[in-house]
Unconditional design. Structure first.
Length: 378
């Protein structure tokens, strides 16, 4: 039975809990030495994942090498296959992917508790460590588990079918706002259902899934006793929206307020009150009095490692060509860069300010990345 509560607020019913149930993270790397079992192990230890028993496995998401540590999947480029500079650059740019499934998230929470943290603070510290490491959150799922009846999925279905809602999504699977999946449980009753709000396509940054968790668990475990009432209302976020959610969370917004604020901004169900469409009272009870939170793409910030990757990928060849032309014309191209008025630009200043804020280890990684541009060690 899941009993994870990501906050200490006494008004939260023990029959309703909030939890992070999936996390995908990409950690940037600067050197091919980091694309090795020992290099990955060192990176994992730097973000607090120490003492993991790593086993070789298949890569995922077009990564050609993988490791597992319990339920955690780690994917990166296989150093043994680095046969060309282009392959190496691609693998360095893609970094190291960490995938935490629901069970891996629960295992991670156990390590938080064993270290003396309450779960919410453990998550905040872990996610903040990832942010400082310039990691990118590519997916995060946040679930609200309900062990008591809070919503009526048949009423939700009717509202969607009748168009009695306002939402940020246009439609979902096959042009419909709802997809229901029916299956048989072990006792032969076809009572499984899933409602999707928004599209599940890989290009979307957010959708909501509302389903019978007890039905899912009964299908998985045929030998155990029938699992009692259990429904899950889950937000699935990707890329910019995932990073923005994490930003709110690590900066102090309670998980329940954040969850409800994002949901209420995404969709509101309506009732017809004497010709006027007003928010349904049952929906307001579900999302509470939390302010709506619209997850927006964060403003672009200067990042040295990302800038180096961009230079390597997009403009280094052009600069090299300009240098060769300048040399043939008797012009010192490097002196032009040194004396350029762009040295006083905002972009240049922000890069220097970021470098000054870095610690010794991060500066070493930047040095290695700059060195790798030439193919020589300095």
């Amino acid at each position: 039975m899941v009993t994870t509560i990501l906050n200490n607020r006494t008004e939260v019913s023990p029959l309703q809990t909030y939890l992070i149930d999936w996390l995908n993270v990409v950690i940037p790397v600067a050197h091919r030495n980091e694309l090795s079992v020992e290099g990955v192990k060192e990176i994992l230890e730097s973000i607090g994942l120490k003492g993991l028993q790593l086993e070789e496995s298949k890569g995922r998401y077009s990564y050609d090498f993988g490791l597992t540590a319990g339920s955690i999947h780690i994917c990166f480029g296989n150093p043994a296959k680095i046969l060309s500079k282009n392959y190496e650059k691609n693998m360095l740019n893609r970094g190291i992917l960490l995938e935490f499934s629901g069970s891996a998230c629960r295992d991670l929470e156990t390590t938080f508790e064993n270290s003396g943290f309450i779960i919410s603070e453990g998550w905040k510290q872990f996610l903040n460590t990832l942010i400082k490491r310039n990691a990118r959150i590519t997916r995060i799922d946040i679930a609200r588990d309900m062990r008591e009846k809070v919503l009526d999925h048949q009423l939700v279905t009717e509202k969607l079918a009748n168009g009695e809602y306002v939402a940020r999504f246009r439609n979902s699977q096959n042009g419909k706002s709802i997809t229901q999946i029916h299956n048989l449980t072990k006792n032969g009753n076809g009572n499984g259902w899933t409602i999707y709000l928004g599209s599940r396509s890989g290009t979307t940054k957010m959708f909501i899934r509302y389903y019978s968790k007890s039905h899912e668990q009964n299908l998985i475990d045929f030998d155990s006793m029938e699992i009692p009432f259990w429904e899950r209302f889950e937000i699935c976020l990707r890329k910019e929206k995932a990073n923005e959610f994490v930003h709110y969370f690590v900066n102090g917004t309670d998980i329940d307020s954040l969850f409800c604020g994002v949901v209420s901004d995404y969709i509101t169900f309506l009732d017809n009150e004497k010709g006027n469409m007003i928010p349904s009272s049952w929906w307001l009870t579900f999302v509470g009095e939390n302010s709506k939170i619209q997850l927006k793409a964060p403003k672009r910030t200067i990042n040295i490692m990302n800038t180096l990757n961009w230079v390597d990928r997009s403009i280094l060849g052009t600069l090299t060509g300009l240098q060769m032309i300048s040399n043939e014309l008797g012009i010192d191209f490097y002196q032009i860069l040194k004396n350029s008025s762009k040295r006083d630009s905002n972009a240049c200043r922000r890069l220097l300010e970021e470098f000054d804020r870095l610690g010794t280890q991060e500066k070493r990684r930047i040095r290695e990345r700059i060195s790798s541009l030439s193919g020589f060690e300095y």
